[in-house]
Design a binder for this molecule. Structure first.
Ligand SMILES: [Zn+2]
Length: 211
């Protein structure tokens, strides 16, 4: 049977063109999926009803409330414990004992931990700063009329945790607060750079004896 040009054209389309189109769209979809899953993004919200979840303090059960203060706190502790090379903390006021213990534990494993805080709040009621220093965690601050009001941490120079709340149980359980967790380099790197600048500018002196 003679091969017509029409049949040959249809065969070429079926054998060559269609697989190319399928491959193109498959790769395009794969690339998009990889881009969205390459980076971790997460948000946490805290509300004024945090104390309603008080029974979850020591419970490892998953609470169904998205804004469960204790679930969020456990997640923060987990993020701190993920530090294997470095942990940079820039926190205005820090009184949360559970997070302090997690930081000390990470520090004792040999992770490079650096803490920047506000000079006045370092001496605030319930502050964990003396406890961190007792275990040799380097802490820097600067005597100033301005506040060191940041609340962010950088884990392994790769993950940024930033938001509105101080690391206090009041903030976690009684305030409306937010925390954003991201590994997007365009967001992590400027924070890392800013932390380095503050680390150079601030000192390890304890200003409470100098005011
Ligand atoms: Zn809960």
């Amino acid at each position: 049977m003679p091969i017509s040009w029409t049949n040959l054209g249809v065969s070429l389309i079926l054998v060559i063109v269609i697989p190319e189109i399928v491959l193109y769209y498959r790769n395009r979809f794969k690339k998009r999926s990889e881009t969205s899953s390459d980076h971790m993004n997460e948000v946490m919200f805290f509300t004024d009803k945090g104390l309603d979840c008080k029974e979850h303090v020591y419970s490892r059960l998953t609470c169904l409330k998205e804004s469960c203060a204790y679930r969020n706190l456990r997640r923060l502790i987990q993020l701190v414990e993920e530090a294997t090379s470095s942990l940079d903390i820039c926190m205005f006021f820090f009184t949360c004992q559970d997070l302090s213990e997690a930081i000390i534990s990470v520090h004792r494993k040999g992770v490079r931990v650096r803490v920047i805080t506000d000079a006045e709040m370092a001496d605030g009621r319930g502050t964990q700063i003396p406890e961190l220093r007792k275990y040799g965690v380097p802490v820097r601050m600067k005597k100033s009329v301005s506040l060191m009001h940041h609340k962010f941490i950088i884990i392994n120079n790769h993950m940024l945790v930033s938001g509105s709340c101080n690391w206090t149980m009041k903030a976690f359980t009684e305030n409306w607060e937010n925390i954003l967790v991201t590994s997007v380099p365009n967001l992590v790197m400027p924070f890392s750079h800013h932390f380095s600048q503050l680390w150079k500018e601030f000192s390890e002196l304890d200003y409470k004896f100098q005011v």
